[in-house]
Every structure is written in C-alpha cells, then in structure tokens.
Design a protein around this ligand. Structure first.
Ligand code: NDP
Length: 274
C-alpha cells in the first residue's frame, strides 16, 4: 500500500475502496473482503445508504482503528451549518465510530448557496477532533475559490470524476498548485468503454496486467488518490494488485492522448439534486 501526505500532515492510503451502489445488506461482507485483500481506506456517503454496513464490517474486522481511513459525505439536503452537524452525528452513529477520518461536502449545489456555511460546520468538527481531515467533492475552481476566500482551513482533497476519458487536467493543475489532492471517483469509467480502449488493452498486454490495473496505475502515477468500486471478489483483488509495476513516461503520454472530455455524471454547477 502506498500513502500520500495530505496538506494537514495526515497520511491517507492512495488506493481506497468505493461502495456506491452496494446494497446495505451486502456491504459488510464486501467491505470485509476488501479488508482481507488489504484495502484500509473506505469511501462511503450518507446518500449511499450503506454507512451502517460499512460500520458493521469495521466492528467485525478486528483491525486497529488507527489502521483504517474512513470517508463519508454530507448530502445536499443536509447542507447548512446546523443541519450538517446533525447529519454528521447520524453518520457517526451509523458507522459506529467516534471519529471520522475524512468528511466531505458531497456536491456544492450552488443554487442553494450554502456550501460555505456547510464547510464552516466541517471546520467546527475538525477543531473538535471529531473529524481528522475535511474536504470537498465535485467542486469546480470557482467553488474552491470561495472556500479559500471565506473559510480558514484548506480542503485536503477534492473528490471528482476522473478517468482516462475525462482527465480533468485543468482542475488537477489548480488543485496541485493549492496542495489539494484530486481523489478520482468513477476511476474505471464506471466499468464502461474505457476498459476496452485499444491504447489501454495494448498497454495491458505489454505489462501483462488487466485494463483496469493499467487505468488504476495511471491514476496513481498522476499523483491522484483513487477509489475503485467492485462487488466481485476477483476484481476487488485485481484492483488492489497495482503496486508491482510501473507505466513508462511514454505509456502515460499515450493515455493522456485518449482523453475525450466525456463526463458520465453531472456537471457540478448544474447538479442541485436534494
Ligand atoms: P468505478 O469506476 O469504480 O467502476 C465501478 C464499476 O466497474 C462496477 O460496475 C464494477 O463492477 C466495475 N469494475 C470494477 N472493477 C473492475 C475490473 N477490474 N474490471 C472490470 N470492471 C470492473 O465507478 P464508481 O462510480 O463506483 O466510482 C468509485 C467510487 O467513487 C464509488 O463507489 C464512490 O465511493 C465514489 N463516487 C463518488 C461520487 C461523488 O459524487 N463524490 C460519485 C461517484 C462515485 P462490479 O461491482 O460488478 O465488479
């Protein structure tokens, strides 16, 4: 496992495990499998409805709490200072934890204009030690700039959609300048076409790895944190086996060349779902 050091000095595994769309009933056994494979970082959200299953897996794992890195997120409808503090308590209860490693604002939902107040609640939780790091998700540059102007603590990560068909070069460079890690979500293009791209499949043949392993390695070498999801035991193992090879500069360049600027999810300024 490789770790990165966040801008507040905390270490975070560079490869984690995403649990979006995993049914709560199945979550404990799938996360248990991920722990057995070696994952230590789990990415959930109150909106995924499976914090309780993640909590069950943590409780049963017998792993020391300090070895784990647990991320959850405040949902759009819970934004606002007091609402966020209440939502945080509910997440802690569901996860059965007494602190959370990383708490994120799920989406900025600019139409409601309360992500700054929401972020101030995250700062309070950070000062109280109930959350070890705070960050954002789906924030464009303009949303980050408002946080810089109106809040005190810099986010440690910006979790955004990122994969070889949607590479986010500009946002990566902006976050890099500000010492904020990009955390790539939907890193495998949600299991879609990028896994069949000929550049990716040829690199897979060259390195004797699978297309998913090539893409995950690309994220790591792009200096991003990455959180693939799978509920298939063999893929949970496959996605973790990415630390024993390296892409060359020319391999990396070839992958840069296949960007299509093709987003699968919503444009953050336009997603005001609650
Ligand atoms: P991913 O890019 O991780 O793709 C997951 C899909 O790819 C699943 O259908 C999975 O199938 C399949 N898959 C996984 N591994 C392989 C493999 N080795 N070969 C072929 N197919 C594979 O998409 P997600 O959208 O789930 O993103 C990952 C995580 O990012 C989420 O779980 C969530 O934690 C986070 N996220 C955050 C968002 C946000 O707004 N902040 C939005 C979206 C995601 P199967 O499970 O059947 O094996």
């Amino acid at each position: 496992m490789q770790y990165v050091t966040l801008n507040n000095g905390i270490s975070m595994p560079q490869l984690g495990f995403g649990v979006w769309k995993i049914d709560n009933e199945k979550t404990a056994s799938i996360v248990d499998k991920a722990f057995k494979v070696g994952y230590r970082s789990i990415d959930t959200a109150s909106a995924y409805g499976n914090e309780q299953g993640v909590g069950e897996a943590i409780a049963q794992s017998g792993l020391p709490r300090e070895e784990l890195f647990i991320t959850t997120k405040v949902w759009n409808g819970d934004q606002g200072y007091n609402q966020t503090l209440a939502a945080f308590n509910k997440s802690m209860e569901a996860l059965k934890l007494d602190y959370i490693d990383l708490y994120l604002i799920h989406w900025p939902t600019p139409k409601y204009d309360n992500y700054v107040d929401t972020y101030k609640a995250l700062e309070t939780l950070y000062h109280e030690g109930r959350v070890k790091s705070i960050g954002v998700s789906n924030f464009n540059q303009e949303h980050l700039e408002r946080i810089f102007a109106e809040c005190d603590i810099k986010p440690v990560v910006n979790q955004v959609e990122c994969h070889p068909y949607f590479q986010q070069a500009e946002l990566k460079s902006f976050c890099n300048q500000h010492d904020i890690y990009i955390e790539s979500y939907s890193p495998l293009d949600r299991g879609n076409v990028v896994l069949k791209d000929t550049v990716i499949t040829e690199l897979a043949n060259k390195h004797n790895k699978t297309p998913a392993q090539i893409i995950l390695r690309w994220h790591l070498q792009e200096n991003c944190i990455v959180i693939p999801k799978s509920e298939t035991p063999s893929r949970i193992e496959e996605n973790f086996s990415v630390f024993d090879f390296e892409l060359s500069a020319s391999d990396m360049k070839q992958i840069t060349g296949i960007n299509r600027n093709e987003r699968r999810g919503s444009e953050p300024s336009e997603n005001n779902a609650r």
